[in-house]
Design a protein around this ligand. Sequence first.
Ligand code: PMP
Length: 362
Amino acid sequence: FALANAGVRGLQPYQPGKPIEELQRELGLSDVVKLASNENPLGPSPLALAAAERALKNLHLYPDASGFELKKKLAVKLGVSEQQFTLGNGSNDVLDLIARTFLGPGCSAVFSQHAFIVYPIAVQAVGARAIVTPAKNWGHDLAAMAAAIEADTRVVFIANPNNPTGNYLNRDELSAFLAQVPNHVMVVLDEAYIEFAAADDFPDGLKFLQSYPNIIVTRTFSKAYGLAGLRIGYGISTAETADLLNRVRAPFNVSVPALAAALAVLDDEDYLQRSQQINRDGMVQICQGLDALGLRYIPSLGNFIAVELASDAMSVYQALLREGVIVRPVGVYQMPKHLRVSIGLPHENKRFLDALKKVLSV
Ligand code: PMP
């Protein structure tokens, strides 16, 4: 223990949920519903699945270390150059690469209270200092974040929409913030849920990259593209920034089936649209159900929603578990009265709402 660097020694171990099979055994239930990890309830895209299966014949080979084909396709789709990409083992990996590239002892990073949990971990693991600004209406307070930037600040992390709160920053808010950020600071725009973010004033972070070279946009195939289990995401930045990140990146950090499936799912427009539709409908279904129960929630542009309970959410979480419904307590995000529920298929959403009604009326 004493041999670990000081930042690592201070980290709390990640608390993974129990595997679904174990819970089913424990609870004596055969049909547990998991709405806990913001996964895609549709299952994988058939095109992605077929491509991953075809790729298995090459399991004895290292993957293409540059991700050449995928970058080429993404570059055309997004209107940027192939040199602007950094591929990651999930976008988590890219966030980690950013911390390792730009942070270290003697540096600081700014992020908001209730923001995605990987930011404090990535920052602390490299021995940098975290500057956490208080949230405003559960969201990022950009004025506070701009004011919190210090001379040694190298990175600001912004999740848009944010997890676990689901709220978002609009184009004007983000634009005004970026104009205030000094050149010595990299702004990470974490857009893991962008495909779900259907608001007219929702900003596409890539648009800002033309005016602000100190931006890294991160995106993922885990959510709307349904490839969470394969672990693949990417960063888009200037070619200079990507060059730096790629020097730190482990050369074979994205697997053979992940590259193949990601390439294929980009062609599956139908899957993406169905993902978005099922999420839109499910969000309405869950919000209406919560309204009927008289519960408050934070309006969300993601594929999940944070529900506010009258008191400590852990007891409701435990009671829902006994009903065979797994959601996510968000105490580690300093939100002890909230539970985060991922949007599922219609029957899963109903199961959650029915179970919630039952446990709250007991
Ligand atoms: N950013 C945010 C805001 C997230 O919620 C997640 C997933 N929980 C990620 C990044 C990372 O996702 P992945 O590593 O699967 O791409």
